[in-house]
Design a protein around this ligand. Structure first.
Ligand SMILES: NC(=O)c1ccc[n+]([C@@H]2O[C@H](COP(=O)([O-])OP(=O)(O)OC[C@H]3O[C@@H](n4cnc5c(N)ncnc54)[C@H](OP(=O)(O)O)[C@@H]3O)[C@@H](O)[C@H]2O)c1
Length: 340
């Protein structure tokens, strides 16, 4: 019988994740039932939001991942066996197949056959996948993005942040400023992604002062991927009727809930009539295809750029993931298991 290999959690994680927190499990690939199909994974993603589900007390919209269970991740793969006529053998798909060599789908939930748009299939895990959709709908639906807005993006060199900043520019932002760790990331944001300025938060003791200097008129739209301390720093710099998009909390995921920074500058909400709103991008699935078609065209025209970091082999997944929380990644981290 054929075997599938998965990466599983050893025990709930406290603090920053380490590769030793994960182990591997082999299991038989079961016989397919009606409507099921087998997907052989070619590329697997590592996603920072998964960290919030690896502690004993998860604080996520999705349940904690228990010890022994496969870690969640998105995949691009090909159907190699099928009892579902909508997904015949040979179909390329993207879905949440997890950190594993194979998964079994039944066509329900987040799964998409991949159109041939002339772009690498890996993009369905990055700029055209869940991260890119987070940027698009975070700005448009949650952040009420409008022409002339002064936009600030945090964790700006990540795929969500870099894409959000570029889309904001394309949609007529008056200014786009990014915050990222290190000179290389900041240089890339300005030179390649067209940000007006980028702030290296690791290189300043006065982040609020640096933001005020880079965005002297203030901030209409904060697209935040980092967490409470960042939002609290930016609140006094928000403009009247400003919007804060709570996309992610990468600085907070590894910190126990009772030790996280709070937000104290709440008086700004009253004085400036601010709106802060969280998002879960899966709410926007019915609108993904139209956004993906527009973004695909922008990529082909050179109007949107992206970076990827490719690892090879299932055993690299833990290391690829852990680097997300030290700033080691520079672009979307993906692990290649086969040709795509
Ligand atoms: N709400 C939704 O539906 C949704 C969907 C998908 C993703 N997200 C969220 O979107 C965010 C960005 O995702 P992504 O895939 O593009 O990942 P990402 O931004 O590349 O995340 C990793 C980066 O986070 C930064 N980081 C790590 N620890 C930090 C800390 N303590 N303080 C500040 N920055 C830190 C590092 O960049 P530096 O080197 O710049 O520090 C690191 O390279 C994540 O928070 C994710 O959870 C939300």
């Amino acid at each position: 019988m054929a075997i599938m290999r998965s990466v599983v959690l050893k025990a709930p994680i406290a603090g920053l994740p380490e590769p030793g927190d994960f182990t591997f499990a082999d299991s038989d690939i079961p016989a397919l039932k009606d409507h099921q199909f087998l997907i052989q994974h070619a590329i697997v993603s590592v996603d920072p939001g998964v960290r919030s589900r690896l502690s004993a007390t998860g604080a996520s919209y999705a349940p904690p991942i228990p010890p022994g269970a496969r870690i969640d991740g998105f995949i691009v793969g090909q159907v190699t066996d099928s009892r579902n006529e909508r997904f015949p053998v040979g179909t390329w798909v993207t879905t949440g197949g997890g950190w594993a060599s194979h998964s079994i789908g039944d066509g329900r939930g987040y799964i998409m056959p991949l159109p041939d748009n002339g772009l690498p299939r890996s993009l369905w895990l990055g700029i055209l996948g869940i991260p890119g959709m987070t940027s698009w709908f975070g700005l448009k639906r949650v952040g009420a993005m409008r022409e002339g807005a002064h936009v600030l993006v945090t964790s700006a060199a990540g795929v969500v942040g870099a894409t959000a900043g570029q889309l904001a520019k394309a949609w007529g932002a008056a200014s786009v400023v990014g915050i990222a760790g290190g000179k290389d990331k900041c240089d890339w944001l300005v030179r390649e992604c067209g940000f007006d300025a980028a702030i290296d938060y690791k290189g300043t003791d006065d982040l609020a002062g640096a933001i005020a200097a880079a965005s002297p008129k203030g901030v209409d739209l904060l697209f935040d991927n980092v967490g409470n301390a960042m939002i609290d720093t930016v609140l006094p710099l928000m403009r009247f009727n400003g919007h804060i998009v709570v996309s992610g909390q990468v600085a907070d995921y590894s910190v126990p809930h009772d030790q996280r920074a709070g937000i104290i500058n709440t008086a700004e909400f009253i004085a400036k009539r601010l709106t802060m709103r969280g998002m879960v991008v899966f709410d926007d699935i019915p609108q993904f295809a139209a956004a993906q078609a527009e973004m695909g065209a922008m990529i082909r025209e050179g109007k949107l750029v992206y970076r990827e970091e490719l690892f090879d082999g299932l055993d690299q997944l833990p290391e690829a993931f852990c680097g997300l929380f030290t700033g080691a990644n520079f672009g979307r981290r993906l692990v290649r298991l086969g040709d795509a």
